[in-house]
Design a protein around this ligand. Structure first.
Ligand code: G4P
Length: 530
């Protein structure tokens, strides 16, 4: 098969949701359909349970699960599907944001009873920034849920995206009878079954067919009225508007009962985008270009403490990736080859000889990679849009054992390269400020520094509210700002100045007082030069 055919048969996506909406359950059902697993219950949830926040072993165990399920590849109807896992816990939201840079579309799972929850809003915001196509699956219709029309209104209002139902539930909870597939014009009747796939499909080209009353009784008239209303209110489904990230098709179902999942998957393989190109610091790279290129979006420490190596996850953007071939590590200006690149099929890992755009390969690495690194066949360019977001919690890292300061330095450098947290230096004194999006990361850092690097540390909270990267077209004005705000200026690992704002109010004041300085909430503005 040639490069173009390989690209055409691939779809790379992520499932996102608020914890407990059913992401793990849906993932498992998709893998069942794809034949990648044989029985339900094989995929472990990678969510860190609320009760486990101070249980380090639990964190380690969870890390192990999440590396195994980082990428789940499976085949369905001739399509190679790469499903990238995203951590459910909100303290790891930044991990999720970065994973979203490596996919071409997402499926959003909503709990029908809870509607749109807080974490969902933020995740979709990140998708909207990049116009990532979204399909919505409203789950748990076997339970009492919100009214489906209210759910659609809530999606539009809270997620700021237009929606278009492609299936419609017939009642809910105990009275849930099934789903009408608006797209295919057929009725899928509900028979709760956690392991088998429902086949009870009846074609209804005309909903006025009296047979409908025989099949679903009193609910028939309600369904007719609902569908009339939908066809009146919503425009016909426009695939291009979905691909442009402007409209989200919506499906209803019950993941645990395998209901509505096939409709979702069949539509997904038909409409979801094939691997897309990406913008670099110099030009746009198309997937079908002959020359290989890709970027690292995630780094995971090896679980085996005897080996300090890590796995860097590389998304292939263009060309064919080959084992043992030399590639150019752009940031380090270094040629590297990989003797055992790994692919992931559900729970299994295997060494691969080649991989194509849309695929994710795991590269064993002894510390050469940082998140955002680019590999090419020689061209000097960086893939853009793998941002660091402003952290929300800041603490100073204090070395508890002066004899181990080298280990501590190395440890915190490597952990922040992995993207566990962000590191800023305060001058004078090279004080280290660690910024995270959640408290859990501080525990992870402390634990890992102690166990992997034998360095003891403690943290002192710092009263910062936000970190904003600062730039200006006028170097003199930038310098003036840095001099005036010295107490609150940190330097990131690439030596870019960052304003550590004590409060939103003082940040706004600084923006007013220094109109020549631009404040960036993400590090995306950086175009790094080799
Ligand atoms: P997450 O990954 O998004 O956090 O959610 P997960 O799939 O773990 O599902 C959260 C809970 O919701 C689980 O119950 C799961 O069984 C249940 N669930 C998922 N889909 C459906 C559905 O369609 N209908 C109903 N009624 N429940 C659903 P749990 O009690 O937390 O865990 P478990 O003991 O069942 O594993």
């Amino acid at each position: 098969m040639g490069l173009v055919e390989e690209i055409k048969r691939r779809k790379t996506f992520a499932i996102i949701s608020h914890p407990d909406a059913g992401k793990t359950t849906l993932t498992e059902k998709l893998l069942l359909f794809g034949g990648a697993i044989q029985t339900a219950g094989a995929v472990k949830s990678n969510k860190i349970k609320k009760t486990a926040t101070s249980d380090f072993m639990e964190i380690e165990r969870q890390r192990g699960i999440s590396v195994a399920t980082s990428v789940m590849g499976f085949e369905y109807k001739g399509i190679k599907i790469n499903l990238l896992d995203t951590p459910g816990h909100k303290d790891f939201a930044e991990d999720t944001y970065r994973t979203l840079t490596a996919v071409d579309s997402v499926i959003l799972v909503i709990d029908g009873a809870n509607g749109v929850e807080s974490q969902t809003e933020r995740l979709i915001e990140v998708c909207r920034m990049r116009d990532t196509p979204v399909i919505v699956f409203i789950n748990k219709m076997d339970r009492e849920s919100k009214d489906p029309f209210d759910l659609l209104d809530e999606l539009e209002a809270k997620l700021n995206i237009r929606v278009r139902p492609l299936s419609w539930p017939i009642n809910m909870g105990d009275r849930f009878k099934g789903v009408y597939n608006i797209y295919e014009k057929n009725l899928n009747l509900f028979s709760p079954n956690k392991t088998k796939i429902s086949e009870d499909i009846i074609q209804f080209d005309d909903l006025n067919n009296p047979q409908l009353d025989e099949v679903i009784g009193d609910d028939a008239d309600k369904l007719r009225a609902d569908i009339d209303l939908i066809e009146g209110v919503y425009d016909p489904f426009d695939v291009q508007a979905y691909l442009d990230g402007k409209i989200a098709p919506v499906f209803f179902g019950s993941a645990i009962n395998n209901f509505g999942v096939k409709e979702l998957l069949d539509t997904f393989i038909r409409i979801a985008p094939q691997p897309l190109g990406r913008l670099t610091s110099t030009r746009f790279v198309k997937p079908e270009e002959e020359k290989f290129s890709g970027f690292v979006f995630k780094i995971h420490a090896n679980l085996d403490p005897k080996h300090r190596d890590r796995i860097a996850f590389l998304r292939i953007v263009s060309g064919k990736f080959e084992r043992n071939k030399f590639y150019h590590h752009v940031r380090l200006n270094k040629e590297m080859r990989f003797s055992n690149p790994t692919s992931f099929m559900a729970q299994d890992k295997s060494v691969i000889d080649e991989a194509f755009p849309g695929d994710v390969v795991g590269l064993y690495d002894a510390g050469n990679f940082k998140i955002g690194d680019t590999l090419t066949e020689g061209e000097n360019m960086f893939f853009k849009g793998i941002p660091s977001f402003s952290p929300e919690l800041f603490k100073e890292l204090i070395n508890k054992d002066p004899l181990k300061s080298k280990q501590l330095e190395k440890g915190i450098e490597q952990l922040t390269d992995e993207g566990v947290a962000q590191l800023f230096y305060l001058q004078p004194g090279n004080r280290k400020i660690v910024g995270t999006v959640g408290d859990l990361q501080f525990e992870v850092i402390q634990y890992r520094l102690e166990h992997e690097y034998k360095a003891a540390c403690s943290f002192t909270p710092m009263p910062y509210h936000k970190a904003c990267w600062i730039t200006s077209t006028n170097p003199q004005k930038l310098n003036e700002f840095i001099q005036r705000k010295q107490q609150n200026i940190g330097w990131d690992k690439d030596n870019n100045p960052v304003f550590l704002a004590p409060s939103e109010w003082l940040l706004n004041l600084a923006k007013q007082d220094y109109p020549d300085v631009t404040f960036h909430a993400t590090s995306d503005f950086k175009t790094r030069i080799v």
